[in-house]
Write a new protein. Structure first.
Lengths: 316, 580
């Protein structure tokens, strides 16, 4: 019984550690998108707002796994399960509420994509800038541009131009075709670019986090239902612990389920119109993530129970 | 599976390596698309791409090998983990650590030796596909318009890329046949001109020796020529002057009479040619001897001095057809650098493509803009081709046959043409040019030694050096990532190894899931290391960063070795029971 009460505590400790680790790397990632050697470097914590929301789900997912697989007994009692479920729900609920209230730092970041007296390759366009545009107007002096594939002569000189952040980051000058600066850090972008497989995971995770953050900002019961659904899903995945003779495989399988749900949330949300029209008679997009999570949770619940039952019968 | 842990580890590792390579081989064969790479290069492309993907995915493959060895195929009760003492278990694991360290070393060496070559070759296949298709299309168009000479020329370039392509060979034969039938003057094979010539860098002693030898065999013309050369090299030399006089006297005696006009004509023209050659006018001498070769193909002197004039000409200019050859070859593209980098005077140099051939290093689509950041453009110049001679890029080219066909650089403003307008002083060390490409990911085509060589000079040539330094750190970090991840997964795999009994069928069916999650985890770890490394380098500078990173990797290594050393023979559940 005592160990059952330790479970949620363990979960919280693991959550805090996981969140700290994910937060650190997420902060570095966002910091890197705005890094330049021109001007003062941004402090890491400025990027807490866009970062914090992104770490809730992966931290809960990994903390739950560590908690359960570190548990020495073969199965967790009902009390333990209930306490753990409540903990997961509470962390998700308050985690997203808190992170949703943080303000975006866009205006306060110090961001200069160009460097003094350096050549930059921006999507194939060569851009030389004598100055980096440090003042508030974003004025840059001594610009030479060469577009990709330009025939001779390709260099164009402009005495001055401006780097503007909106509507999208771009370099402009009189008589010059605006040069889009996306990705927004041409010098260091490739250094912070994620590998292919992992970038897919990051994209799906970011989307899913955004769904929860937007739901948490709305009034109404949507956010509660969504949080309850993802909690149920995460807990149902744990049914697969102990169903095989290979614990590592079970851990990998559960991780795979966690991976799949974020992929499916993004996939079905992007096809929301088609799904709404075809299957739900025009219901709104906001319902799609909830339906996706709930449906997969039910499937896993049935599969998990089936596996456990068949294991028990085989042992008898 | 029988055998000790180290043996199993090696067998499983190499089996996985082979399976991985075969998988990529089959995958690339299936997904090969002739749209971007011609079928002619398919085998080479599949092989290179498979090897590249193999090296890129070696870390997750190694992780999988560890999982299989320590979590699935570890020795069971009969051979007895339960019967193995802790000391023996530790020794076995130590062997595994030693093997992993060796594999990490091979991984690092393989990455630096082979991967850059794979990237370069894959790029070259795409380039050569585009180039060959363009040449073939243009050759067909030219043949369709009745211009068989142009068609033949384009097909020669096509065949330079695909020498044994039957379509190209057949069309070349057809074009040649048409040219013969039409009685067109085919491009005469100037043997001396086509064969690559070595520059004659004779010393005074060499020239004098040759002059004496030719005097002895009564080749007075050659004796005169080399004696004159020796005299110009030495400043004043009695021996050279003596041979010159003797040879000249002998030549005067044998000078044909003006009545024998053809022989006299040859003699006069040869004499004029050698005077041009000795008078530092090799280009004029070349055209003269080139024409003489056509008129008097049997004369040995003409062939000899034609070769000399070509060699001397190549020191001042380039032949247009040699430069045009580079369009058939891949090379370093999009080179951009600050050729002059002073506070109020900058010169940006752009080179569309650089290719090194036997005849020298050639450039295509050269552009220079000379400007002051505060007052504007001083000069802007373009040139279709150029050749590297010493520390200059020679911008004017000559046609092999036609004296009136030249390539000159074009200046956008006539006011700003410099005095020496046919060459460009290259202030960038030519050896560093290939490191100044603006291509995406061109770092991947350079090995770590080249990156280390380029890093200190990048900033001076206009590029930010820190990204290159970070790339160097990544490369150094990779074998540490290999080792630390392997050890981490070893500890995890052992802790959560399978119980005795049959493997679940779902484990076999869902093995791709194991592969996917292992790969995802490996990439996540590698990316985390990359982020941390970049942050430290950009915030704390090079020296501090290197120290911090080595320290961090040492700490992580220590932690993983600690985890391994605390690996128990018994499971957590068995320990608890034993405690109770």
């Amino acid at each position: 019984m005592r160990k059952s009460f330790l479970l949620p505590l363990k979960f919280l400790v693991f959550f805090i550690i996981s969140a700290a680790v994910f937060c650190l790397f997420s902060l570095i990632f966002h910091w890197g998108q705005n890094f330049s050697t021109a001007g003062e470097s941004n402090r890491l914590l400025i990027f807490l707002a866009p970062t914090a929301g992104n770490v809730v789900l992966p931290s809960v997912s990994s903390a739950l796994l560590f908690t359960v697989f570190d548990y020495r007994k073969k199965s967790i009692g009902l009390v333990g399960v209930l306490l753990l479920t409540v903990s997961v729900f509470a962390v998700l609920f308050f985690g997203f509420r808190l992170t949703a209230s943080l303000e975006d730092p866009d205006n306060s970041t110090n961001y200069h994509p160009f460097e003094n007296g350096k050549i930059h390759s921006v999507n194939g366009t060569l851009v030389y800038t004598e100055t980096a545009g440090m003042d508030s107007s974003g004025k840059i002096e001594g610009i030479v541009i060469r577009e990709p594939g330009a025939s001779l002569p390709g260099f164009r000189y402009y005495e001055a131009g401006r780097f503007l952040k909106s509507p999208e980051p771009h370099l402009t000058s009189e008589g010059m075709k605006p040069v889009s600066v996306i990705p927004q850090n041409p010098v260091y972008n490739h250094v912070f670019r994620a590998p292919d497989l992992f970038s897919g995971y990051m994209g799906d995770m970011s989307f899913s986090n955004l769904v929860f953050i937007e739901a948490s900002r709305e009034s109404g019961i949507n956010f509660v239902l969504l949080t309850a659904a993802i909690t149920a899903f995460l807990m149902v995945c744990l049914l697969f612990k102990g169903v095989t003779v290979w614990p590592l495989f079970e851990m990998i399988l559960i991780l795979f389920f966690h991976r799949i749900i974020f992929y499916l949330i993004r996939l079905f949300s992007s096809e929301a119109d088609f799904i709404s029209e075809s299957f739900f008679g025009g219901k709104t997009v906001a319902d799609i993530p909830f339906i996706t999570i709930s449906a997969l949770a039910v499937v896993l619940l049935l599969s998990g129970l089936l596996l456990r039952t068949s294991n028990r019968l085989r042992k008898k | 599976m029988r055998g000790s842990i180290p043996k199993r580890y090696l067998i499983i590792t190499f089996a996985l390596y082979i399976c991985t390579f075969i998988f990529f081989l089959i995958f690339n064969i299936i997904q090969f698309s002739p749209k971007t790479v011609d079928l002619y290069f398919k085998t080479a492309w599949v092989l290179n791409n498979s090897l590249l993907q193999f090296f890129e995915n070696l870390i997750p493959v190694q992780s999988l090998a560890v999982i299989l060895t320590f979590s699935v195929f570890y020795p069971e009760k009969k051979s007895g983990f339960g019967e193995i003492s802790s000391a023996l278990f530790t020794r076995l694991v130590t062997s595994v650590i030693a093997i992993t360290l060796c594999l990490a070393a091979l991984f690092f060496v393989g990455n630096e030796l082979f991967k850059p070559g794979f990237y370069s070759r894959l790029d070259s296949f795409e380039y050569q596909t585009k180039a060959s298709r363009t040449y073939l299309t243009q050759a067909e168009e030219a043949a369709g318009n009745g211009n068989y000479l142009e068609s033949q020329r384009l097909l020669e370039r096509y065949l330079a890329i695909k020498p044994d392509d039957p379509t190209g060979l057949e069309r070349y034969r057809n074009a040649s046949q048409r040219i013969t039938n039409q009685g067109s003057v085919a491009e005469s094979e100037n043997e001396a001109g086509r064969r690559p010539q070595q520059a004659s860098n004779l010393t005074y002693d060499d020239a004098l020796r040759l002059a004496r030898n030719y005097l002895e065999i009564e080749d007075y013309y050659s004796a005169y020529y080399y004696a004159q050369m020796a005299a110009s090299l030495s400043g004043s030399s009695e021996d050279a002057r003596s041979i010159t006089s003797k040879a000249w006297a002998a030549l005067l005696k044998s000078e044909p009479s003006k009545e024998d006009s053809q022989e006299f004509n040859l003699y006069a023209r040869k004499k004029h040619g050698t005077e041009l050659l000795l008078g530092s006018k090799p280009i004029d001498a070349y055209y003269l001897f080139n024409q003489l070769k056509i008129d008097y193909p049997e004369d040995p002197d003409v062939g000899k001095y034609l070769a000399e004039s070509i060699s001397a000409t190549r020191k001042l200019t380039y032949f247009i057809d040699e430069a045009e050859k580079i369009t058939s070859f891949p090379g370093t593209t999009g080179i951009c650098a600050l050729n002059i980098n002073e506070a109020d005077h900058k010169e940006l140099l752009f080179i569309g493509k650089m290719v090194s051939l036997a005849e020298g290093t050639f450039f295509q689509n050269i552009e220079v803009i000379d400007f002051s950041p505060y007052t504007g453009v001083n000069m802007q110049m373009t040139s279709r081709f150029g050749k590297l001679i010493g520390d200059h890029i020679v911008l004017n080219g000559i046609d092999r046959e036609n004296q009136s066909i030249r390539i000159y650089p074009e200046y956008q403003s006539s006011d700003a043409i410099p005095d020496i307008y046919n060459t460009l002083k290259l202030n960038v060390d030519p050896n560093f040019l290939k490191g100044l490409s603006s291509q995406n990911n061109f770092y991947k085509k350079l090995n770590i030694l080249e990156l280390i060589e380029f890093e200190p000079v990048m900033s001076g040539y206009g590029w930010a050096a820190k990204p290159l330094y970070i790339e160097i750190i990544f490369r150094i970090l990779k074998p540490f990532t290999f080792i630390i991840l392997t050890f981490l997964i070893l500890a995890f795999s052992w802790k959560y190894r399978r119980f005795s009994g049959k493997l679940p069928v779902s484990g076999l069916v869902l093995f791709p899931v194991v592969i996917y999650i292992t790969a995802l985890f490996s990439e996540a770890y590698g990316y985390a290391a990359q982020l941390l490394c970049s942050f430290i380098v950009l915030n704390y500078g090079k020296t501090t960063a290197l120290g911090l990173l080595l320290a961090s990797q040492s700490i992580l290594l220590f932690i993983t070795l600690f985890l391994i050393s605390s690996m128990n023979l018994k499971r957590p559940g068995e320990i608890e029971n034993a405690e109770n």
